[in-house]
Design a protein around this ligand. Structure first.
Ligand code: ASP
Ligand code: MG
Length: 418
């Protein structure tokens, strides 16, 4: 007998039929003898329509009241789901974030979980009930309702699993798991049987569509195995877990792309201490996340060019800030390009294999794809390229690293260079 936390996303509980189907799935698991905590999202589209409703009321909704409103979406599904389970003759009890003891900071709309009072859920589990918890919500120390940020129900589920010492956290969604690349643009993409927490975090652009990133951080910190799988079909999913020897052997596990960044270059920045700080301070003060930064030599000695990327949504704001700073510090012009994409290859095995970056660059060169910026971490290499080559780049890299093949146990995918 195991304690399992299951989370079902918005499409899995989109309407009464779907909710009933999920109730049947949960009951059949219960019959096998497992103890179940079920975390639910709001019905697909519900949170968006609540946000629209608030904006109809006022262009700038009060953050506290917005969280009160948004928390309603999940309360609808837990109530309906528990009704369905009871109708089928089983014991269930719905709980709001407050009732389930999920205590957060007071950062409305983006709250972080501080701790979980497990007694209320434990009590109900001991009574033999299926405990159904509203995802995405908690309360702060003053008792205000808070929400955890979009997609936050995953984090509720993994945090609950950690706090309850559950054996497994299953995240049911509308995709079958984590793939080697986006199957929509790469027909050879293959579902991964398992992947490490570290790789999943690095897969932010792809991973975030599947799992809320903070849920992966929780899983990693508290060693909660997370299984990502579809609620629409019966097929094994992808296990996100601690790294093991098999994972180490695979050099590249996945390829991701991100078209949501834009590049900005400030030319001829005086090459003296403090210039990067002058440039990036007002950008971070404006809450803009800078991703890649590359500094290169300028047109004459004593000056440098600084290129960096920001989310496309902050592109225009950043240009204005950069132009202001450039004028202040006596730099040159500000160039920009929103039509770029970031292609990344990710894999634990990169730590012990050389030649991976070279193979990536050669593969792109063969297709005449120009690399504009490069950045690396221990287990990831990213290149900025022209956006129009995104699909091509993903496909040729997928081929080059032979990701369509199941990793043959013990065989390395690229030769180690002597
Ligand atoms: N309902 C929330 C959202 O749409 C939380 C979630 O689904 O995880 O973002
Ligand atoms: Mg989600």
């Amino acid at each position: 007998m195991a304690l399992v936390v299951q989370k079902y996303g918005g499409t899995s509980v989109a309407n009464v039929e779907r909710i009933r189907a999920v109730a049947e799935r949960v009951i059949s698991r219960k019959r096998k003898g497992d103890d179940l905590v079920v975390v639910l999202s709001a019905r697909a589209g519900e949170t968006d329509s609540l946000i629209r409703l608030a904006r109809e009321m006022t262009p700038k909704p009060d953050p506290r009241e917005l969280d009160v409103l948004l928390s309603v979406g999940e309360q609808i599904t837990v109530a309906l789901f528990s009704m369905a389970v009871k109708d089928m003759g089983y014991e269930a009890v719905s709980m709001t974030g407050y009732q389930a003891g999920i205590i957060t900071d007071c950062c409305y709309g983006q709250a972080r979980i501080h701790w979980i009072e497990t007694l209320p859920v434990m009590d109900k589990l001991h009574d033999g009930k299926i405990v159904v918890v509203a995802g995405f919500q908690g309360y702060d120390e003053e008792g205000n309702i808070t929400t955890l940020g979009r997609g936050g129900s995953d984090t509720t589920a993994v945090a609950l699993a950690a706090a309850l010492g559950a054996d497994l956290c299953e995240i049911y969604t509308d995709v079958e798991g984590v793939f080697t690349a986006d199957p929509n643009i790469c027909s050879k993409a293959r579902k991964l049987e398992k992947i490490s927490y570290e790789e999943m975090l690095e897969m932010a652009s792809m991973g975030a569509k599947v799992l809320h990133l903070r849920s992966v951080e929780f899983g990693m910190k508290y060693h909660v195995p997370i299984m990502v799988l579809s609620s629409f079909i019966d097929a094994p999913g992808t296990l996100v877990t601690k790294e093991d020897d098999d994972m180490e052997r695979v050099v590249v596990s996945g390829i991701t792309y991100n078209r949501n960044e834009a590049r900005i270059t400030v030319t001829n920045v005086p090459d003296v201490p403090g210039m990067a700080a002058r440039l990036f301070r007002p950008i971070s003060d404006a809450n803009i996340n800078v991703d890649l930064i590359v500094q290169g030599s300028g047109s004459t000695p004593g000056v440098v060019n600084m290129s960096f990327t920001v989310p496309k949504s902050d592109y225009e704001k950043t240009i204005a800030i950069a132009q202001g700073v450039a004028a202040e510090i006596g730099a040159g012009t500000v160039h920009s390009n929103p039509d770029i994409a970031k292609i990344s290859i990710i894999g634990l095995g990169m730590r012990n294999h050389s030649g991976v970056a070279t193979k990536m660059f050669e593969t792109l060169a063969r297709e005449n794809i120009n690399i504009k910026m490069i950045t690396t971490s221990e287990i990831k290499i990213s290149a900025i390229i022209d956006e129009k080559y995104t699909e091509l780049a993903v496909r040729v890299l997928h081929d080059a690293f032979e990701l369509e093949k199941e990793p043959p146990g013990g065989v390395m995918k690229v030769k180690e260079e002597s």
